[in-house]
Design a protein around this ligand. Structure first.
Ligand SMILES: [Zn+2]
Length: 162
């Protein structure tokens, strides 16, 4: 993706209060991110690990979605799949994220939930740029997987916006 500026990121959020955007911490070293290998920008808030953010360039502009995740504290075993990139992980490396829906639906408490790579590094996993601990069932090429990821992110953002 084309690099994003801090200003573009801060302005992009569709489901977040101004105070939350102000409190948001940008990803570490974000000007040096491997933008060419990213389909969306996703990160956990270094100062508030239960908060995460997903920002994507769409035809209509830059859209950001704030996410929340809760640590359950229950020991979990086995493997899990990311709903966005279909990467298989140890179940502890996939997290259930909830996005408040935009507008009045969100104010009424409506959320959209997804299991996503816990570090939101989908793009790096599908390109083989970050190591994986479990065998993968996925055999499609990185290019095809990136296309699918982009389509799923678009679907997710549309659900948040609808
Ligand atoms: Zn993923």
């Amino acid at each position: 993706m084309q690099p994003l500026s801090a200003e573009e990121i801060r302005r992009s959020f569709v489901n977040s209060s101004k105070s939350l955007v102000k409190a948001m911490t940008l990803p570490r070293g974000f000007t040096d991110l491997p933008w060419d290998s990213l389909d969306y920008l996703g990160w956990r808030d270094p100062k508030a690990p239960n908060r995460a953010y997903l920002v994507v360039r769409r035809d209509s502009g830059v859209t950001g979605v704030a996410l929340n995740t809760q640590a359950t504290g229950k020991p979990r075993r086995g493997t899990g799949l990311c709903d966005l990139c279909n990467t298989a992980h140890q179940v502890t490396d996939v997290a259930l994220f909830a996005a408040r829906r935009a507008g009045s639906a969100g104010r009424d408490g409506n959320t959209v939930g997804l299991y996503i790579c816990a570090d939101l590094a989908c793009s790096l996993y599908l390109r083989g740029l970050r190591e994986l601990e479990v065998p993968q069932g996925e055999t499609a090429s990185p290019e095809l997987r990136a296309e699918r990821l982009t389509a799923r992110v678009e679907g997710f953002v549309n659900r948040v916006l609808s």
